[in-house]
Write a protein of this length. Structure first.
Ligand code: IPE
Ligand code: IPE
Ligand code: MG
Length: 237
């Protein structure tokens, strides 16, 4: 008798190690970010092949503004370039792109590209690719709390109506399932302010591989590790 392997509905990835990958090769850090785009493509392909419905990529944290201006600038350029370059393939593959994070902090140009890729891929039905940009979990919670507080102050929300579901609905991830599996590459074992609320019952996987070396096979391996985990959600077997 064969038992179907459990497939995560939502995989969230902290893409880490681009800088170290570049430094190991005597290249600029930004070249590591460029190389990392191929790993995003590979992850999308592997996710589709395995029937994963949501893949979230942590691409730029609110804390990443603290990096040298030249690196931030290179990341913004890469973002705009990739949006133009990847949109036709994403459309062909039926991938819908959604952005989470506070986009008001980006330049008008970058915001325009983000709005465009969301609009251009809105009809995609096979997989949702979530890009976390100028995202951090605490900032997302701050914005959600402000929203709920404004409703309370306006008299349209009673404090006892603030349920877990209401909080979840005020987050950027409102209509998405929680991540089942969180992957962080490069051997670091921390969340760095990523999906803290949503990952309450996620499984975690920390491969040593640096993000630009993360291939389709690496994604498959992560799913194999996930399939062996025993998720109990606080209950007994
Ligand atoms: C992750 O790689 C990409 C971003 C944070 C944008 P890093 O740039 O953090 O690479 P390391 O951790 O310095 O190697
Ligand atoms: C987390 O990686 C953010 C992204 C992958 C976008 P960082 O490299 O910025 O995190 P820390 O500084 O090592 O915690
Ligand atoms: Mg890093």
């Amino acid at each position: 008798m064969s038992i179907a392997k459990p497939i995560p509905q939502h995989v969230a990835i902290i893409m880490d190690g681009n800088g170290r990958w570049a430094e190991q090769r005597g290249k600029e850090r930004s070249e590591g970010h460029v190389a990392g785009v191929a790993s995003i493509r590979a992850s999308i392909r592997a996710a589709q092949r395995n029937g994963v419905r949501y893949v979230t990529f942590y691409a730029f944290s609110t804390e990443n503004w603290g990096r040298p201006a030249a690196e931030v600038e290179a990341l913004m350029e890469l973002l705009c370039y990739s949006v133009i370059n990847e949109t036709p393939d994403l459309q062909r593959q039926g991938v819908r792109v959604r952005v989470i994070g506070e986009r008001a902090r980006f330049s008008e140009k970058v915001q325009g590209f983000l709005n465009r890729i969301e609009a251009d891929t809105a009809a995609g039905e096979t997989l949702t690719m979530v890009l976390a940009l100028n995202y951090s979990s605490r900032d997302e919670l701050r914005r959600a709390v402000q929203r709920l507080a404004r409703e309370a102050a306006a008299g349209t929300l009673r404090p006892d109506e603030i349920t877990e579901a209401r909080i979840a609905a005020a987050l950027d991830t409102a209509d998405m399932p929680d991540p089942d599996l969180v992957i962080r590459t490069s051997g670091e074992q921390r969340l760095s302010n990523f999906l803290l609320w949503q990952s309450a019952y996620a499984e975690f996987y920390f491969p040593e591989v640096l993000w630009p070396d993360f291939t389709e096979e690496e994604f498959d391996r992560a799913l194999e590790v996930y399939a062996r985990r025993d998720r109990r959600f606080g209950r007994l077997k």
